[in-house]
Design a protein around this ligand. Structure first.
Ligand code: 5GP
Length: 113
């Protein structure tokens, strides 16, 4: 089944894109949980962190680099930000296509509410 993020990657659904290369796309979350809430998404369809294979692991480094770059662009460097991925049901993962949330722009509260 095509994930919602595949539709965004393919251009079948609109998004507010803030970064793209051959392997990664990043766009603003449609229901932001912080003043800055960006989703960093792998173009390769990988359901979640747990299902990543050895050959996928370089993507993690690239996601971190993109997060650092976006943190700079969106003015999050000084006060800080959170980068997280939800893996599976107990974490509340809704879209089963690997993505990291970059959150910042104000106090984020405790990590687990
Ligand atoms: P998850 O809970 O799977 O970690 O996060 C999925 C995220 O995708 C949620 O924060 C949700 O607000 C966001 N989202 C759901 N549908 C859309 C959409 O159509 N466009 C964008 N930009 N974000 C979406």
């Amino acid at each position: 089944m095509t994930t919602l993020f595949e539709k965004i990657i393919n251009g079948d659904l609109p998004c507010e894109k803030v970064f793209e290369n051959d392997r990664i796309i990043a766009f603003k979350d449609i229901f932001p949980k912080a003043p800055v809430h960006i989703l960093i998404v792998t173009k390769k369809v990988i359901p979640n962190l747990q299902s990543m294979k050895e050959e996928d692991l370089p993507l993690i480094g690239e996601i971190v680099k993109v997060a650092q770059q976006l943190a700079q662009e969106f003015g999050l460097e000084e006060e800080g930000y959170r980068l997280l991925t939800n893996n599976g049901n107990h974490a509340g993962q809704v879209i089963h296509h690997l993505h990291f949330h970059l959150l910042g722009g104000g106090p984020l509260g405790r990590m687990v509410g």
